[in-house]
Design a protein around this ligand. Structure first.
Ligand SMILES: [Zn+2]
Length: 86
């Protein structure tokens, strides 16, 4: 379990923050890179190939078909609030 990097970005000004995380899609893409800096790795089997299921915003492993939510295991997991509100 790694600490969430976002909480350490207090130096980020609000306009810069919004620029970076203002769009929902950018939030997910930023989260993706925070979570998997070297690309997707399946938490179940370590496989690196996946497909993205857009409707549910989850990533499915090609090997074991485990579906991983970007927000599971992060502070965002419990929230139903759009990520832009964070
Ligand atoms: Zn897998």
């Amino acid at each position: 379990m790694t600490k969430n990097i976002i909480q350490f970005q207090k130096g980020l000004s609000l306009p810069k923050f919004l620029e970076k995380y203002g769009m929902e899609e950018q939030c997910y893409s930023a989260l993706f890179h925070l979570r998997w800096p070297d690309g997707f790795i399946c938490p179940e089997c370590g496989n690196k190939t996946y497909c993205k299921i857009k409707s549910r915003k989850v990533y499915q492993c090609h090997r074991c078909h485990r579906q991983t939510s970007l927000t599971s295991g992060t502070i965002f997991a419990a929230t139903k609030v759009p990520l832009t509100k964070w």
